[in-house]
Ligand binder design. Structure first.
Ligand SMILES: NC(=O)c1ccc[n+]([C@@H]2O[C@H](COP(=O)([O-])OP(=O)(O)OC[C@H]3O[C@@H](n4cnc5c(N)ncnc54)[C@H](O)[C@@H]3O)[C@@H](O)[C@H]2O)c1
Length: 265
């Protein structure tokens, strides 16, 4: 308990698209339970407010903030809001990520740019605005949410998504090394098959259109026989966000039940 006591956290994509608990919301809740003051950032202000309400109902501290993290000014405003409200920025947790499918021929150029802007440029922009504060503090932990699709092909044509998630790893590695001597760490969590509303909303067509069958298929695809939950992602992120991992920097941590090690014949 209290692994983030006296710390603050900016969590992007802290709402959830749809009913239930997504990865960003779970991370915001777990950080607050561990003592962090959380700025819950989302383009959907109501979704961010819902996360803030949940955290406050448990006695935690959370403020909702509306921002489109693909825009530099919004990222700057979010980081400044965290400093104004809570005094510092200890944890920057970049969860925002969208997903869709298509091979390079069918995938639109505008869609490609949008995917890159939302999934990768956003992480560059939030870091750009948070790093000067972290440097002044002499400490900070950045947790970027990747995907196993950033290092492995999956059975669907995820051209732009896979490229964006691979880029998240390169960006994070650069930050990790460039800022290590300044007390700032940057790590990536590779999310595997996790049962969250974003999957229900975006992936069901890829699995044939039946939601329950999709969940069964994803359970079967997992080495453990079960998909993960958003809480599994959140607890791994908590380790990376907190000082428990103070000598862990530039790692790419799969949270996938071992899926990444499997070879499908
Ligand atoms: N669930 C899985 O199986 C799985 C697998 C691999 C990776 N992931 C990763 O997990 C992350 C998403 O997790 P989630 O469950 O929280 O998803 P989610 O879609 O429920 O929540 C993400 C939040 O981001 C917000 N958002 C979208 N675009 C934004 C923008 N431009 N600016 C600010 N906010 C924006 C949405 O409004 C939403 O509330 C993504 O990075 C995704 O790639 C998930």
């Amino acid at each position: 308990m209290n692994r983030l006591e006296a710390k603050t956290a900016v969590v992007t994509g802290a709402g959830t698209q749809g009913a239930g608990i997504g990865n960003g919301k779970a991370c915001a809740i777990v950080y607050a339970r561990e003592g962090a003051k959380v700025l819950a950032v989302d383009i959907d202000f109501e979704a961010a407010q819902e996360t803030a309400r949940l955290i406050r109902s448990e006695g935690g501290v959370c403020e909702a903030f509306a921002a489109d993290v693909s825009k530099s000014a919004d990222c700057q405003n979010a980081i400044e809001a965290c400093v104004e409200k809570f005094g510092r920025v200890d944890v920057l947790h970049n969860n925002v990520g969208i997903t869709n499918s298509g091979n390079p021929v069918e995938y639109g150029e505008d869609d490609w740019d949008r995917m890159m802007n939302i999934n990768v440029k956003s992480m560059f922009l939030t870091a750009k605005h948070a790093l000067p504060y972290m440097e002044r503090q002499g400490s900070g932990s950045i947790v970027n949410i990747g995907s196993i699709n950033g290092v492995r092909a999956i059975p669907f044509p995820k051209t732009a998504y896979a490229a964006s998630k691979a880029a998240v790893i390169g960006l994070s590695r650069e930050i990790a090394i460039q800022y290590a001597a300044k007390g700032i760490r940057c790590n990536v969590v590779l999310v595997g098959l996790v049962r969250t509303p974003i999957v229900e909303n975006n992936n069901v067509k890829l699995y044939g259109g039946n939601i329950e069958e999709m969940w069964r298929m994803r359970d079967r695809m997992s080495p453990t026989g079960k998909q993960g939950e958003a809480w599994d992602v959140a607890h791994a992120c908590l380790f990376l966000a907190s000082d428990d991992s103070k000598y862990v920097n530039g790692v790419v941590l799969p949270v996938d039940g071992g899926l990444i090690n499997m070879v499908k014949l």
